[in-house]
Design a protein around this ligand. Sequence first.
Ligand code: RIB
Length: 413
Amino acid sequence: MKILNFGSCNLDYVYTLDHIVTPGETESTDRYDVFAGGKGLNQSIAAAKAGAEVWHAGCVGRDGDMLLKMLSDSNVDVSFLDTVDSPNGHAVIQVSRRGENSIFLYPGSNEMLTEEQIDRVISHFSAGDLLLVQNETNLVPEIVRKGRERGMKIVLNPSPYNEKIETIDFRCLSYLILNEVEGKAISGSDDPSECLAFLRNKYPDLTVVLTLGTQGCLLGDGEEKLFHPAYEVKAVDTTAAGDTFTGYFLASVADGLPRVEALRRASCASALAVSRMGAAPSIPYKEEVLQALLELKPILHRADPAEETRRLIRSYLEEHLKDASLQGLAERLGYSAAYTGNLVKLRCGMPFSALLRQSRCSRCAKLLVETDRSVEDIIDSVGYKNESFFRKAFRERYGLSPRAYRKQMRGES
Ligand code: RIB
């Protein structure tokens, strides 16, 4: 599977400082570097270094030779990269001693794409090939639409996020690869599970990959939800960490690797990029990633997704004990009812109906001991319509009738 990336190429002017300069402050630095960068270029290089066949399309300016060279030296095909009569796009980047960055962009040549160029380039690709875009060039909605018309699988990295993202037709997308900040801008929630559920409800055919920095990453679609932890490294410069992740993830998908392996390689490659200075030069080769996978330790402070799913199921049942339904839980989780039914069996070891019965019995048991409410009132409060059915379920679980259970637990004779 080929990868076509219509993306930016930037000259990155990088200044290393003690801390990111705040408004009104002046700081001087003794370290200044010029690196090849741009989200598009970084992602193409990452995918090519991961072993994929990559074509980079876009525009470089009169001063863009270094970027062309960097791409071809990394095995990226540049036959669709046009040179235009304009200054190249560039980024001014501050990097603090702690590895954080702050970036501003001058788009220059990156905003000189034409519809004619898009048509010409896309005509060289076929249905099923991957088409990757970010948000650092002009005409992104047109690229997405034209690529989709060609039958290509469209991958959007909505970065940097701004109002232009809202003009893209998300229904054309196969993959959305984004970070927490972009996830919040799109879904309105900074809770990763809620963000995934929002996107799944709105775009059921979309596979979403949400990166969470040192908290790892999540992949979610209609079929499954996967989590992979980040890897522990000393952060030197986080520039291009997300780009490295995106390129590695896509190259692994294009190579037919299981998605969990794609997340594993992408997480490791991005950790290595964080441990090195610069954008494109910090992106590791596949051999380095495979070696580092044997050495680096995953950061395991995040609850695993199975536990997270159980927590979401429990909290739904607690809130809706009286009117709980599989459909209601499915809506809360953002899956279909059929998938939710299987998920409950897998994560909780029993069908939804049995889990609901169990939860209602436990709530009744608690109320029997802690309150003086009548058994009938308690049964009604947890949503049992059929009293004899409840009494049977309760006896099966606790070996006693509700009344006998109350007496025994309270130590009454
Ligand atoms: O994602 C990192 C990139 O963002 C940098 O290389 C810089 O050019 C900006 O586009």
